[in-house]
Design a binder for this molecule. Structure first.
Ligand code: STR
Length: 518
């Protein structure tokens, strides 16, 4: 009998042990993984996402049910959505290196020759090396540099000339804005610029839009790569646009190689060629470190594409919001009139004196972030975010939209209020919330931040010094929702630019700070 009791107790202990172990494992794993959307074999959570054309807004809404951080399955890929700025900073800053990876997808592989660029390439030594060179080259032309200011002012001046000619017509400003911004980036990358109507420029406009419409927007083919085996209209467009871009890049590259000299650095492409030639001379082996022709072309392509698409998009959003808020436009103009007047054009030095314009730019970047979901990061090893464990290989989407529209952080986040970036006296103040990352953060932070800020300030100040922008009669106000893609673009809209009183005759660059000479 005794042995029977001992056996029963022993069995009970063993069973209890198993039970506890399972419980504990459940606790350790389940309670430390983020809440998850329902998921089915093969398709994962795709049924839940179906029918939502603005994923940043849908992901923001899902917070109500799942909390700030939750996971879902995009087909076979585990994806974590981060909607809160503290978690976002843990990913981008505190654990920046761990989350510095990028996923390879069909569309970005086509665009970047299998990840030989900077924005979409996975974390590697080559990537770090490239980024360093480009960063150095951009700094050279960067803040405080007179040459970049001159280039932007030259383009702002011809943009204002064109606007004068188009005065009082209902025009889509997008091609003109793109032209001006393209010429700035073109000067920086290739030391060249385009005349209006240049067929090469027209071709560029076309291919760039084609790329934005088809690349990296979590289309099905990026989730299930085998779908590329079937006919796919988006992939056909993307390949066509990429081949147009490649022709242009190759032409610039060949031209630069012909008159390259170690002693002169005219532009970004020269800086890259110099890095390639010095690593070859030092026998570092440009192949190993990754300075192949492909890498140089893809890197320049990135900077060129990013430089054009992002700044043009923010200028379009700025104009859309200024048209919706004429009182904001008026305040900027009053500030420009009192701090600059009509006898000279705006300069970078004026930035500190025009806090209302600066606040408006910050507010535009908050309310309509260029890349509302950034570019997804990938965990390079097992790690954690907040209280949750995150497995290696998880794709991490930072929802900048939620971060910039967080009601706990921003009062009336959906309203356009530049004053939130000013103190009571109307001077520039640090952002009222830390929930603000328009250029991302950490080791993949936007390389063009300084350049973008210079361009936005100069273009907008030049335009608003001379013109008042409004809706042409009979036209609707611009739509403010946007089309989701690798950048969040506004829908096309028409604008009427009217010269302000006092500018009717002397519309061009004032005499005392001529910028047309190079
Ligand atoms: C725009 C179109 C093009 O011709 C080339 C590129 C490559 C770089 C991309 C760019 C695109 C869109 C904006 C991106 C940029 C890299 C960084 C930037 C995605 C697709 C942002 O993160 C907003």
């Amino acid at each position: 009998m005794e042995w029977f009791i001992y056996t029963c107790v022993f069995a009970a202990v063993v069973l209890m042990g198993f039970y506890m172990k399972r419980k504990m494992r459940g606790f350790l794993i389940d309670n430390r993984s983020p809440p998850s959307l329902p998921s089915f074999p093969v398709i994962g959570s795709l049924l839940c996402l179906k029918g939502h054309s603005l994923p940043h807004i849908f992901f923001q809404q899902l917070q109500k049910k799942y909390g700030d951080m939750y996971s879902l399955m995009m087909g076979p890929h585990k994806v974590l959505i981060v909607n809160n700025h503290l978690h976002a900073k843990e990913v981008l800053l505190k654990k920046g290196k761990i989350f510095a990876g990028r996923a390879r997808t069909v569309t970005t592989d086509i665009l970047t020759r299998d990840g030989k660029d900077i924005a979409f390439a996975d974390y590697s030594n080559t990537w770090r090396f490239h980024r360093k060179i480009v960063h150095g080259a951009l700094c050279m032309f960067g803040e405080g540099s007179a040459s970049i200011e001159k280039i932007i002012c030259r383009e702002a001046s011809s943009l204002c000339e064109v606007l004068t000619d188009l005065q009082s017509c209902a025009v889509d400003l997008a091609p003109e804005l793109t032209h001006a911004v393209t010429n700035v980036v073109c000067s920086l990358c290739f030391n060249s610029s385009y005349k209006r109507g240049d067929p090469e420029f027209e071709g560029m406009l076309q291919y760039s839009q084609g790329i934005v419409n088809t690349v990296a927007k979590d289309s099905l083919v990026d989730i299930f790569s085998w779908l590329q085996l079937f006919p796919n209209e988006d992939l056909r467009i993307l390949k066509h646009c990429v081949s147009m871009r490649d022709k242009l890049l190759k032409k610039k590259y060949e031209e630069h190689k012909v008159d390259y000299s170690d002693n002169v650095q005219r532009d970004l492409l020269d800086a890259l060629l110099r890095a390639k030639s010095s690593s070859e001379n030092n026998n570092t082996g440009s192949q190993e470190i990754g300075l192949t022709e492909d890498h140089l072309l893809m890197t320049v392509g990135d900077i060129f594409g990013a430089g054009v698409e992002t700044t043009t998009t923010v200028l379009k959003w700025s104009i859309a919001y200024l048209i919706h808020h004429p009182q904001v436009q008026k305040k900027i103009q009053e500030e420009l009139d009192s701090k600059i007047g009509k006898d000279r054009h705006p300069l970078l030095n004026d930035r500190g004196n025009l806090p209302y314009l600066e606040a408006t730019i910050r507010e535009v970047l908050r309310i309509r972030p260029v890349a509302p979901l950034l570019i997804p990061h990938v965990a390079l090893s097992d790690s954690s975010i907040g209280e949750y464990n995150i497995q290696k290989g998880t794709r991490v989407i930072i929802n900048l939209w939620s971060i910039h529209h967080d009601e706990k952080e921003w009062k009336n986040p959906d309203l356009f209020i530049p004053e939130r970036f000013l103190d009571k006296e109307g001077n520039s103040a640090s952002p009222p919330s830390l929930s603000y990352l328009p250029f991302g953060a950490g080791i993949r932070v936007c390389l063009g931040e300084a350049l973008a800020k210079m361009e936005l300030f100069l273009f907008l100040s030049w335009i608003l010094q001379r013109f008042t922008l409004g809706v042409p009669s009979g036209q609707p106000l611009p739509d403010l929702q946007g089309k989701f893609g690798v950048v969040l673009q506004p829908q096309k809209f028409k604008v009427e630019a009217r010269l302000r009183p006092g500018w009717e005759k002397n519309t061009q660059v004032p005499q005392n700070n001529e910028v047309k000479s190079d």
